[in-house]
Design a protein around this ligand. Sequence first.
Ligand code: MRU
Length: 345
Amino acid sequence: MKEIKTIEFKEDILYLIDQRKLPISYQIFECRTYKDVDFAIKDMVVRGAPAIGAAAAYGVVLAAKEFSNDNKEEFLFNMNEALELLNKSRPTAVNLMWAIKRMKKLIAENKDSAVKDIYKKIKKEADLILIEDIQTNKKMGQIGNEIVGNKSTILTHCNTGALATAGFGTALGVVREAFYSGKDIFVYADETRPRLQGGRLTAWELVQEGIPAKLIADNAAATLIRDGKIDLILVGADRIALNGDTANKIGTFMLSVLAKEYNVPFYIVAPTTTIDFDIETGNQIDIEERDSKEVTYIENIRIAPEGIEVYNPAFDVTPNENITGIITERGIVKPPFKENILKLK
Ligand code: MRU
C-alpha cells in the first residue's frame, strides 16, 4: 500500500501536499505561520473534512510557536485571535471546528501553565489528532469492508482518500481495504465538478494503488446506476446532523436520489468527528458558496461568457431517508438515525 503523506509537521513547518497542483505536478506547500495554514485551507491546498481538521490543529501549533515569547496574557489573547481565524477558514466541514474546539479546551485547561509548556501540550495534541485520524480511518475501512461483496462495483464521489484525511481515507479507505483484502472490486469515480476532486485526486490515488477503476463525468452516473452497473455507492461527509442528514460534496444528494430510485445501497463513510451533535437537521448546516471562477474557468482558461452569473455551492445535504447507513469507526449506524447517532455521543 502506498503511503501518501498529506500532512506532515517537522521542525516548526507544516508540509502539505499541494492538492491544487495534482495530478499534473506533485508539489509540497510549506506553512510557516498560522496565517499560511488559514490560506492553505481557504485556497484548498489542503481539503477534505478530516484533513482540514488536522491541518488547522497544526495551524494552532504554529500560532503557539509564533507567540511563545509573549507574556501569558498576550499569548492567550493572540492565541484566541488565531483560533478564531482558523475556525472560520471554511464553514461546512465540522472537523475543523471540532479540532479548534479541542485545542481551545486544552488551552483553557492549561491556562495557568508556562507558555512553553502550553506550546508543548498543543503540539502533542495536534500529533494525536493526526495519529487518531489515521487509526480511525483504518478501523472504518475494516468495518466498511463487511458490506462490500466479494465482487463489487463501487461508485465514489469527490475525493475521500488519503488526501482528504490524515491518511488512508474514509469512503476510499473502505475501497482500499476491500481491494487489499483480495476482493474483486471495480471503482467508478465521479470527476466532481467544479473542482474535479474525483478526476484529479481520487483518480490519482486509484492509479497510485493500482485499483481497477474508470473515471466518469458526473453526468454518467445516472446511466450506470439505472443499468444495474453499480452495486454500492460510498461517499464521505463534511457534517452529519443528529437526524442523519449529511452535508457532502455538491452532487452527493443527486446520487442519493438515484440510489433510492434504483435500490442501490448508499452509505456515508465518516468518523464520529464529522457528527455535529449540536444540530438537529441538515437545514442548520452552513453550505459554503465558492468563487464563480471555479465554474467559469478551467485552470486559466475562461469557458463561460463574460457577464453570466454563477451559483456555486460547494456542498449539498443528503436527507437521512436516502441513506442506507453511516459507517463510522464505532460501527455502522442504521435508521432510526437520531436514536442511533445519539448512542455515539
Ligand atoms: O471541498 P472539499 O474538497 O474539501 O470537499 C470534500 C468532501 O466533500 C469530502 O467528500 C468530505 O470531506 C469527506 S472526505 C473524508
